[in-house]
Design a protein around this ligand. Sequence first.
Ligand SMILES: [Zn+2]
Length: 172
Amino acid sequence: MKLPIRQSRLHIRKTRPKYIVIHQTTCQYPAPDAKIDSPKFQVPALIGNVLEKKQADINYHFIIDKIKDDYQIITCKPFVTICEFPDISNDINDAAFHVAVMGSYDFKIPEIRLYEILAYRLLNPLLKAFHIIPTRIYLHYEVSDNKEETCPGSFFNKGKMISMIKRFIITK
Ligand SMILES: [Zn+2]
């Protein structure tokens, strides 16, 4: 199953990116084949949910998915466009990159390697290229109007993520 490319339905961002919001993919896509991250490439499992919701594209800019033995960063929605989250205020959402970890971390503890790849290949380069300060990285539930929101999962540890960001900081 392939998603049609409907660029005209995407909203181009007009604000300089200042925030990064971290999610788990089950916050929008409950596809059973992608509920727990596995060595399979699972992004295609989300496509049925994207079509059901009549979204113009996968509603995250990037997903980190474990494929065979290691984690890989996958680009989903073009990052010059805005992801649509009705529970996140426009001030933050219109200036955010949305990054999702595959699966649900309400059930599983993220591996250290997930935090390493996330920081090294994606978060640190975004911080550096767009001059974003690490205190502007939020977990979805921290910026949600919905008090019940747990995304990116109760086992996702922000402290570990921040320590990996410090470890792979790009100074030059
Ligand atoms: Zn989320």
